[in-house]
Ligand binder design. Structure first.
Ligand code: HEC
Ligand code: HEC
Length: 378
């Protein structure tokens, strides 16, 4: 609430209390003149009015609610909420923080989560013969807490966290063979992932299929874990300005010529040759898609030689991709779901994936122009 509105409400409340207090004092001061028979002399329909004190129970409730109101002020951020935090506190993320509805929610989420994680350790990890993950998870949680609480975390902390996450890979592999873990994983998938990847995980345009063996960022358990923890952004720039429409058309033709679509197309071989040169310029496509155009897990650039397409493999869609660029965003899940649920999801995704013969990918980017290209240039 802004300072204005909190002041507005505070002032209205104080005015209201002052009015009630005024009425109370007035009533207390008022002493009616009594008749001889002890009545005030007022009579309504034959009922005479006495001047008797208010009943005890009523007074107790009345003053009790005033005390309650004052105590409420002290405990909670009730008056000038932007200035007074109240003395009530809750535990959030291992720290004692002032009560607020938000902090209370966080605190409750944490205790509910504790029920989940205890259950996860005792009923899932232990039964899948993966209890070894417990100590890694504890260290990981400590590191993440340090990261959250520090304004200026050590430079290599994120790397250490990423390494710890990767250490969970063998346990994810074990979970991926455990029916109980997969059942929970599939529920989590339906709740969190199916909006984008589909309830069968087969994806849609722009959203990769997770059940095949074609991976942007790698399909090993540690790659899936990293993808889920940190999220991914596919960065493919727009080439319109740099290559011009002719360049785009040429390089699209080349992409078609190397792709699995190629048999169905009547290709313009001049453009294919021109496109090949453009493709292989060291700072162009090879940089991310690799010398063999089979893509690279380190850049998230897809394999262009197969017939699996993220955005579409027809001539016009490829030109569209090149003209305007693409930037698929996979959100991060660490802060939303936590390490344990991510392990279950990674296990589920790994269990769905096709683990036969992953297409070979170049391990690192190349900046060398392949010889074949030089030959074409000459
Ligand atoms: C908002 C949409 C969205 C949601 C929700 C989402 N994803 Fe994704 N995911 C994507 C996109 C887009 C990509 C591809 C990123 C890119 O283009 O580089 C992706 C990529 C991935 C990859 C990497 C695939 C590869 O080929 O390397 C995995 C694994 C994955 N998602 C799993 C999940 C799981 C598990 C969940 C649920 C916790 C999830 N995603 C939720 C949009 C989403
Ligand atoms: C900076 C790295 C980088 C460079 C350079 C680059 N790409 Fe990409 N490319 C990507 C990434 C990453 C994606 C996936 C985008 C996404 O996930 O949203 C992609 C996607 C594509 C796609 C879509 C594939 C599909 O499955 O739909 C095509 C086609 C493509 N690139 C061709 C090219 C060509 C041709 C060039 C050279 C003119 C090029 N790329 C240069 C990184 C790059």
């Amino acid at each position: 609430m802004t300072f204005f509105w909190s002041s507005w409400i505070t002032i209205l409340s104080i005015m209201c209390w002052a009015a009630i207090l005024g009425v109370l004092l007035m009533v207390l001061k008022y002493k009616p003149e009594l008749e001889e028979d002890g009545t005030t002399g007022h009579a309504y329909d034959g009922i005479k009015e006495y001047d008797k004190p208010l009943p005890k129970w009523w007074l107790v409730i009345f003053f009790g609610s005033i005390v309650w109101g004052i105590a409420y002020w002290v405990f909670f951020p009730a008056i000038f909420p932007s200035k007074w935090d109240g003395i009530a506190t809750v535990e959030v993320d291992g720290e004692t923080v002032p009560w607020s509805s938000k902090n209370e929610l966080y605190s409750e989420l944490e205790s509910n989560n504790k029920v989940f994680t205890d259950n996860f350790e005792q009923n899932i990890l232990a039964k899948a013969d993966a209890s070894g993950a417990t100590s890694t998870l504890a260290t990981l949680a400590d590191m993440q807490a340090t990261m959250r609480h520090s304004d200026n975390p050590p430079a290599d902390l994120q790397t250490q966290i990423d390494e710890k996450v990767a250490d969970l890979a063998p346990y994810v592999e074990k979970l991926s063979e455990n029916p109980n873990a997969l059942k929970v994983g599939s529920r989590l998938f339906l709740q969190n992932c199916s909006v984008c990847h589909g309830s069968n995980a087969k994806g849609a345009t722009g959203y990769p299929n997770l059940t095949d063996n074609d991976w942007l960022y790698g399909g090993a358990p540690e790659n899936i874990l990293t993808t889920l923890h940190n999220g991914r952004v596919g960065g493919m720039a727009a080439w319109r300005d740099q290559l011009g429409e002719d360049g785009i058309r040429a390089v699209s033709e080349y992409v078609l010529s190397i792709s699995g679509n190629q048999p169905g197309y009547d290709l313009d071989q001049t453009k294919v040759a021109q496109g090949k040169v453009i493709f292989n310029e060291p700072t162009n496509c090879v940089l991310c898609h690799g010398e063999d155009a089979k893509g690279m897990n380190s850049t998230g650039a897809p394999n262009l030689t197969d017939n699996t397409w993220l955005y579409g493999g027809d001539r016009e869609t490829i030109r569209e991709t090149l003209r305007y660029g693409r930037a698929g965003v996979m959100p991060e899940w660490q802060t939303k779901l936590g390490n344990e649920r991510i392990m279950l999801l990674a296990a589920y995704v790994y269990s769905l994936s096709d683990k036969t013969a992953q297409p070979a990918k170049a391990a690192t980017a190349t900046t060398e122009v392949p010889e074949t290209v030089e030959a074409t240039v000459n």
